[in-house]
Design a protein. Sequence first.
Length: 126
Amino acid sequence: MKKLEKKILKKVYFWEAKKTVFDLVLKMILFFSSGLFLLIFGQIFFEILDEQKTLDLLNFFNEDFEVVKKYFLDNVFIFFFEMPKFLLLLSLLFLVIFSLISFTLIKNFYILKNKVKSFFKCIKKI
């Protein structure tokens, strides 16, 4: 009976370990790939804005307050119409994915740490 219990526990530990490792590896791959895509799309987005000289619209904040107040909405509309919306949407999508994965990794850090520790303890016993 003890051998059967050990055999069942061993299978449960290995199944749980495979699940944990797969989950951790998948989250890390998604974390790094979404971070990389976020960096790439953000770089492309700001290069396009720099080529179009759209970022020069921000220089009007150096003017007097009356000038800023008078032309603020005009500059906001121009800035909005000149920005590449598809790249902005992709960047925001990857930012949300990156943030969600970061939040879940931070939130479940102690659970994952305890699972990995107990798996290593089980391996040491075998």
